[in-house]
Design a protein. Structure first.
Lengths: 243, 221
């Protein structure tokens, strides 16, 4: 029975407006009129007719969206609804069953290495080497991403300064998450793809992150955030994608 | 090139901080090599006869023992997907990782083999050829091992499958390597098998990174 219900949902999704802006599943926040005009002019991240299936289970179908500079998209939905799958597809780590994702007109799977550097993806795993110190992890990240600016300021903002020379294995889950966010901040990517970034963060950490996201959007960056607390990132013109 | 060095240095640093794991293949090698004389009736002539084969097979087996950490730990902590997304060609990243892995696992092993050769009564004069053959076989072996590790990166228990995947492919290395050592023990010219080993090394190093990078990409999807 649950399978049938799920299929029914998929069926109803196939009938929605393909532009996906006016239906109840995929659409703009009512406050988004200004931003949608902006994105009409220069969409940077485009999802076209995206569908993802897990075996015979449909996660989403006919998903269609454009995201322009300075715009935020919030992915909301219950556990297992496909938020991580969608983010990985946007990052180019996974392939959609149908449809395509383009970044500045190029399919994300075919981006040149330089263009790939404009996209930062932060998933559930922190990508910290447990045997390296926080500082070593950050300098490695900076070297690979070709950015070698000092990271002391970012660490101070995250209250990690005292831990810079501690091996990552001794950090708490929240501190590891903060270190991962430091890498995000230092990457200077244009597009942030964040998968439940507030997991394990305390109230203060969530505040810092929300402030960073606002600053990133103000600077013309884009962000797609999967979250269970969309209010924390609520921004003017945010696109709500309900899976 | 900057990124290549960064990956290489990071992997070396991580490996040396977990140095106890580096010793496992070496100890395994010593044990295997010691078990054979115990199992066979150890007359000097017979030892020398089987010694060459035993050394080569033990080298191949112990190099398999170390391969699980090559991509698995990076996949488990999320670094591998970040490396895939990094603005660096994955072939370069993979090559850096393979070089680092070969440095910390194969290099110590290569130092052990000539030492063990003495215990098999293999003449001193044959040791330079044995060492050279091993050095020439090392790049191919590293690439094969890395390919196996990359193909099984998404499997929780990839260890046993990797052996089945990689060991048959090491056949040519074993044949040319033992042949070269054999010839030099008998005082005959060894150029042909050594050149074939070099050709295999060139092939592996030039094509291997592409195959490994593709395998990693598929494994993470």
């Amino acid at each position: 029975m649950p399978l049938k219900m799920r299929l029914d949902l998929c069926y109803s999704k196939t009938k929605v407006n393909p532009i996906g802006c006016k239906n109840d599943r995929v659409g703009h926040n009512p406050r988004s009129t200004g931003a949608s005009l902006l994105l009409m002019t220069e969409p940077a991240l485009c999802g076209r007719e995206l569908a993802a299936w897990r075996g015979d289970r449909c996660l989403f179908e006919r998903l269609h969206f454009d995201l322009g500079p300075g715009q935020l998209a919030l992915l909301v939905g219950s556990n297992g609804s496909g938020k991580t799958t969608l983010l990985r597809i946007l990052a180019g780590l996974g392939l959609p069953t149908e449809g395509a994702v383009t970044w500045r007109g190029v399919a994300v799977g075919e981006l040149a290495p330089d263009e790939r550097g404009e996209i930062a993806y932060r998933g559930h795993l922190e990508a910290l080497k447990r045997d390296l110190t926080v500082a070593e992890n950050l300098s490695f990240h900076a070297a690979v991403w070709g950015r070698s600016q000092p990271f002391e300021g970012v660490l101070a903002e995250l209250k990690l300064s005292g831990l810079a020379h501690m091996r990552a294995r001794y950090l708490s889950a929240g501190q590891r998450r903060r270190a991962a966010l430091a890498m995000l901040k230092l990457s200077r990517a244009k597009l942030w793809l964040l998968d439940e970034p507030t997991t394990n963060l305390d109230r203060e950490g969530r505040g810092v992150l929300a402030e960073w996201v606002r600053g990133h959007l103000r600077d013309g960056g884009l962000a797609v955030i999967a979250t269970h607390q969309p209010d924390e990132f609520a921004a003017r013109g945010a696109l709500m994608i309900e899976l | 090139m900057n990124a290549f060095n960064a990956v290489l240095l990071r992997d070396l640093r991580v490996a040396f901080r977990r140095w106890s794991e580096l010793a496992h293949p070496l100890i395994f090698f010593v044990i295997v090599v010691t078990l054979f004389p115990l199992a066979l009736s150890p007359t000097a002539a017979q030892l020398r006869e089987v010694g060459i084969g035993v050394l080569w097979v033990a080298t191949l087996l112990s190099s398999l023992l170390a391969l699980d950490g090559l991509f698995r730990s990076d996949a488990d902590d999320g670094s591998l997907e970040q490396l895939l997304l990094a603005p660096v060609p994955m072939t370069m990243t993979v090559l850096a990782k393979v070089v680092a892995h070969a440095t910390v696992t194969l290099l110590p092993l290569l130092c052990l083999v000539p030492l063990s050769a003495l215990s098999f009564n293999i003449p001193l004069a044959a040791l330079p050829t044995l060492a050279l053959a091993l050095v020439l076989a090392a790049p191919t072996l590293s690439v094969l091992v890395a390919l196996g590790a990359a193909l099984t990166v998404s499997l929780r228990r990839g260890g046993s499958i990797v052996g089945l995947l990689v060991l048959p492919l090491t056949g040519p290395l074993l044949i040319f390597g033992t042949r070269a050592t054999d010839l030099s023990v008998n005082g005959e010219p060894t150029a042909a098998p050594l050149l074939l080993l070099s050709a295999l090394a060139v092939l592996a190093v030039s094509l291997g990174p592409f195959a490994i990078a593709a395998a990693v990409k598929v494994g993470l999807e």
